[in-house]
Write a protein that binds this ligand. Structure first.
Ligand code: GRF
Length: 208
């Protein structure tokens, strides 16, 4: 079976990146990370990549005169590495339609709630868990989904639930959800590695 070639795009601490690396190293995910790219030069995610000898690239819109030039650079990195999938793991910028079209059904993201609830603009980080608690729902979770041109909208590949406790704070809930993310993302990527995901009309079907 061919290894899935991945590039990870992230802006923050990178615990999801770390979980993916750990799954690969444990032989549970048949993939290799060709590069980690961050728009933030100080992001922990770049440090984590370096610790595992993965090329760590700082690439920000601010380094280019136009968005088009940024897109071309990003595209050239993805092409050079012959990636199968682009993995967003806490990437705080929108990708251009050019990238999304070029890598249709090959860009994947993880969201810390059960989409389509608690998604969309402004729904990131602790804001998601605040909204979940405020709404009074008893169950939240994680969603691994494809990225299309609409924020938090692409085909849902995997969801896992997490109970909301009466005494949860946004922080305590975030912590439990994050642990589930770390499992779900690699499991979902392994489905792609096994060639088991088919996307039809914005729905992901998982072959047995
Ligand atoms: C995660 O909660 C993920 O769902 C969201 O961004 C966060 C990234 O966390 N998209 P980390 O940098 O992987 O720790």
């Amino acid at each position: 079976m061919k290894k899935l070639n991945l590039v990870v795009l992230a802006s923050g601490g990178g615990t999801n990146l770390q979980a993916i690396i750990d799954h690969i190293e444990a032989g549970k995910l048949n993939a290799q990370i060709k590069a980690v790219i961050s728009n933030n030069s100080k992001a922990g995610v770049l440090e984590r990549a370096r610790n595992h000898d993965i090329p760590a690239i700082h690439l920000s819109h601010k380094q280019f005169a136009t968005l088009e030039e940024f897109d071309l650079k990003l595209l050239s990195i993805l092409k050079e590495n012959q990636i199968d999938m682009l993995v967003l793991a806490g990437y705080m910028k929108m990708l251009s339609p050019v990238i999304i079209r070029e890598y249709k059904n090959r860009i994947i993201n993880i969201h810390p709630a059960l989409l389509p609830s608690f998604g969309g603009p402004g729904m990131y980080g602790i804001h998601v868990h605040e909204a979940v608690i405020k709404s009074g729902v008893k169950v939240t979770g994680v969603t691994v989904h494809m990225v299309d041109e609409v924020y938090d909208h692409g085909a849902i590949v995997m969801q896992k639930t997490v109970p909301v406790m009466d005494d949860d704070t946004p922080e305590s809930l975030a912590e439990r959800v994050l642990k589930v993310e770390h499992q779900a993302y690699s499991e979902a990527l392994q489905l792609f590695a096994e060639g088991r995901v088919e996307i039809i009309d914005n729905r992901a079907f998982i072959k047995k």
